[in-house]
Design a protein around this ligand. Structure first.
Ligand code: FE
Length: 390
């Protein structure tokens, strides 16, 4: 038996935030990040709409980027004291991911973080509250996914939590919020969305339910990302929808080794963090070449859906070239070396990173299996820009 799960309602379009006026409930806790939503006036709007709906509100602010277990527990405590019947989270991926985990500990105060690590093992939620998510960036699509990433800083581990129980009930995909994204974030989150859609399309768990969402998202990213990056707000709006479609696909089809590599290299080097979407954008063409040995026809499908013609092999080549061209347009480097990772440090760490990447939760649904030795080779190709021919 298969399962395909999405939010019950997705409101989208300019000023769709207004739907909050019609929400029915008693109390809503609003989980927020660092303050940009407040600065741009969106928090005031949300509070005014909820007041109109007769809903009492309380803010839980300052969820940090890469939210910690401690923040999750503090939020759950605030929820237990306030007893909301709606959890509303607005912002980038971090506050929404944190709020999803808070929800579990609000409803199940006695559960332990360790209990949630096994994928698809959560207790039944919605006994106390429903969940509404409002994204401000166009990439993670956490507003429609079954995922949340929480960091245990004491152990130095990032936990990708996964369960359809934490797929939100309602998503509001209002492009006005995405208009506030800076240029570089627009590029990185946009390429993250493209990677979600491509990995979902070639995933071993792809289905007839996820394929059309993935293909449409890919099409839209290629059509709109460069203009969105250059400040065209109509294109920015389309990207906000494209990333959401990609999210619906990958929440149900899962991902692949581009994400495994990005997860394990993101914080691995002393020269600084590699932003998630930037890492994905760098690795994607190399991984396509590696995976094409077993998934050539699927990548050729993707290429043909965006107007590329030729044999399967020619289509895969042209698709990789197109991704390279987009990376150039978006000022994303071609290699880890160009990104600025130190060669000596890279070579010293590559075997350990390769092992960790193979063990990442996203490796299981990759279309071609990979050994730690092959992963190390692949990472070296991404470092030096050498062709993948194994
Ligand atoms: Fe991602």
């Amino acid at each position: 038996m298969n399962r395909f799960t999405l939010p019950r309602d997705i409101y989208y379009g300019k000023d769709s935030l207004e739907v909050l006026k019609t929400l029915s409930g008693k109390k809503a806790i609003i989980v927020l990040g660092g303050g940009s939503m407040k600065r741009f006036g969106f928090v005031d709007k949300v509070l005014a709409y909820l007041k109109e709906a007769g809903i009492e509100t309380q803010l839980f602010e300052n969820v940090e980027p890469d939210p910690s277990v401690e923040t999750v527990m503090a939020g759950a405590k605030a929820m237990r004291e306030f007893e909301p019947d709606w959890i509303i989270s607005m912002g980038g991926g971090s506050p929404i991911d944190a709020a999803k985990a808070m929800w579990v500990f609000y409803e199940y105060p006695d559960s332990k973080f360790e209990d949630l690590i096994t994928p698809f093992s959560f207790p039944t939620l919605r006994t106390k509250a429903k969940f509404l998510a409002i994204p401000s960036t166009s990439g993670t699509a956490t507003e429609v996914t079954a995922f949340s990433v929480i960091t245990d800083y004491a152990k130095g581990i990032k936990y990708p939590l996964a369960d359809f129980n934490i797929t939100p009930d309602v998503a509001i995909v209002d492009p006005s919020l995405a208009e506030t994204m800076p240029k570089t974030l627009t590029a990185h989150t946009g390429m993250d969305a493209l990677t979600h859609a491509i990995e979902a399309y070639v995933s071993t768990l792809h289905t007839p339910f996820t394929d059309p969402l993935a293909l449409k998202a890919i099409h839209m990213v290629f059509d709109y990302l460069p203009d969105s990056y250059n400040g065209d707000m109509n294109a920015r709006e389309q990207m906000h929808y494209a990333q959401c479609l990609a999210g619906m696909a990958f929440s149900n089809a899962l991902l692949g080794i581009v994400h495994s590599m990005a997860h394990k290299t993101g914080a691995a080097f002393s020269t600084g963090h590699i932003p998630h979407g930037c890492a994905n954008a760098i690795y994607l063409p190399y991984v396509i070449k590696y995976n094409a040995k077993t998934a050539e026809a699927r990548y050729a499908d993707i290429a043909r859906s965006i107007g590329i013609t030729g044999t399967d092999a020619e289509c895969v080549d042209a698709l990789c070239k197109k991704i390279d061209e987009y990376n150039v347009k978006l000022n994303i480097p071609k290699t880890l070396k160009d990104f600025g990772i130190n060669e000596e440090e890279f070579l010293q760490k590559v075997d350990t990173i390769a092992e960790l990447a193979v063990g990442d939760a996203c490796t299981g649904s990759n279309p071609r299996s990979i050994t730690p030795a092959e992963m190390a080779e692949l990472l070296k190709c991404c470092y030096y820009g050498t062709p993948v021919n194994f």
